[in-house]
Design a protein around this ligand. Structure first.
Ligand SMILES: Cc1cc2nc3c(=O)[nH]c(=O)nc-3n(C[C@H](O)[C@H](O)[C@H](O)COP(=O)(O)OP(=O)(O)OC[C@H]3O[C@@H](n4cnc5c(N)ncnc54)[C@H](O)[C@@H]3O)c2cc1C
Length: 390
């Protein structure tokens, strides 16, 4: 006999940033929520992410919908983290520090000029800086610097501090967190007409009226859903390093702002710790850091910020970004009643957490997917001929 545990309004598959943020907002709406995490909470992509909150630095022509979603999320961040700090009684690690985009040679400077023109055309706040002014603002930048753009509105957060605060807030709000609970399949009614819960690999059944799939890069390993109800997600590997000033928080900070190079970045945590990232590799589920990947990150960073060579190495890691076929999130109702998606946040899952949580909580409470999230409705992956139940 399968072990049937009690019934929830909402079961969330995956305890990364998406699952935890949605759980907090859902529980706040009075929905009895459980998070099912196969490993430890926030141990997936969320654990390795740098935590840049950078919609303007990452804006791309032709991705206006994603820019609107990202900016809506960034606007929510100050209130989101203030509320979270109160609810959890701990600091979620938000740093409104600004960002510099930098170029080290003529080719990169030309590329940066194009990026400036694109952002100006989109009406985004970006300032062109001569190298001398950039070095006045960030004295650790190399004298060989060719050009910089100041993006004062792009910030950063420590995803580990953020997810730890969310976990506390979920439990304090009355939600349940189950680490070590691997979901083997999504349970459906016998005619596969609706979702009824989740089944764990030990046979335990968790009944729920609604199931949110927030399983990061591992979505496709979940059984139980008919083919037309699935959202395709692939893993995109990112290698990243954590560095530390040997003088600790007492030392003179090497950098105040996030520095974005081409193609990497350095994120200061404000306490002598720095994150240097990241590669983008289509390597399946491989998460082994490689000598070549780490060499390239360090080479580029040291060329632009020579003081990086004095930092101690704390951690080398790789994580898997969840990417859909169009690299954009899949949000809200799926092809079966009761099925919800908070998936495919790819390179922006930390940035998007507040807006994704609000959008999902709205749909879990029976409201429509908010306008800003409409272009990212998970149903865009449902084959045309399938009707989507309300
Ligand atoms: C190197 C790197 C740097 C990044 N930097 C940034 C950044 O600066 N800013 C930004 O916004 N984003 C960044 N990202 C992207 C960000 O990390 C992701 O978009 C985000 O973490 C995705 O969150 P998630 O909750 O969907 O997935 P994850 O954090 O991967 O969480 C998914 C969870 O689901 C669990 N799970 C999977 N299958 C099952 C199952 N069957 N049963 C139960 N649980 C299951 C996993 O164990 C995991 O804990 C970065 C990513 C990488 C790899």
């Amino acid at each position: 006999m399968p072990n049937v545990t009690d019934r929830f309004d909402v079961a969330i598959v995956g305890g990364g940033i998406a699952g935890l943020a949605v759980a907090w907002r859902a529980q706040q709406r009075g929905l009895r929520t459980v998070v099912l995490e196969r490993d430890r909470l926030a141990g997936g992509a969320t654990h390795v992410a740098a935590g840049m909150l950078a919609p303007i630095s990452e804006a791309r022509v032709g991705e206006r919908g994603l820019l609107a979603l990202s900016r809506a999320s960034l606007e929510r961040y100050p209130a989101f983290v203030a509320e979270l700090a109160d609810a959890a009684g701990r600091d979620p690690g938000y740093r409104p520090c600004g960002t510099l985009l930098v170029a080290r040679d003529r080719d990169e400077a030309e590329a940066l000029e194009r990026e400036l023109a694109e952002r100006e055309a989109m009406g985004l706040p970006v300032e062109r800086l001569l190298p001398s002014e950039a070095r006045r603002r960030e004295p650790a930048l190399a004298p060989t610097l060719r050009l910089a753009l100041d993006v004062p509105g792009d910030h950063a957060i420590d995803p580990r501090a953020l997810s730890a605060a969310l976990a506390v807030a979920v439990e304090r709000a009355g939600g349940e967190l189950r680490a070590g609970a691997q979901v083997a399949r999504i349970a459906t009614s016998t005619d596969q007409g609706r979702v009824t819960g989740a089944e764990l690999d030990d046979g335990t059944r968790v009944r729920a009226d609604q199931v949110v799939i927030a399983a990061g890069a591992w979505v496709e390993a979940l059984d139980g859903l008919p083919a037309h109800a699935r959202v395709p997600v692939r893993p995109v590997k990112g290698q990243i390093m954590r560095l530390r000033d040997p003088a600790g928080a007492a030392g003179v900070p090497l950098l105040a702002r996030v520095i974005r190079m081409q193609p990497g970045y350095l994120v200061p945590r404000g306490d002598g710790r720095y994150v240097l990232g990241a590669t983008m590799e289509e390597q399946g589920f491989d998460t082994a850091p490689t000598a070549g990947g780490i060499f390239e990150l360090l080479r580029d960073a040291i060329e632009l910020v020579p003081g990086v060579s004095e930092l101690a190495i704390e951690e080398v890691a790789a994580g898997l970004r969840p990417g859909t076929p169009d690299n954009a999130p899949a949000l809200g109702p799926g092809a079966l009643p009761g099925l919800r998606w908070a998936a495919g946040c790819f390179r922006h899952g930390i940035l998007l957490a507040p807006v994704v949580a609000d959008a999902l909580a709205a749909t879990l409470a029976g409201e429509p997917l908010p306008d800003v999230a409409q272009p990212f409705a998970a149903t865009r992956f449902v084959p045309e001929r399938e009707t989507v139940a309300p």
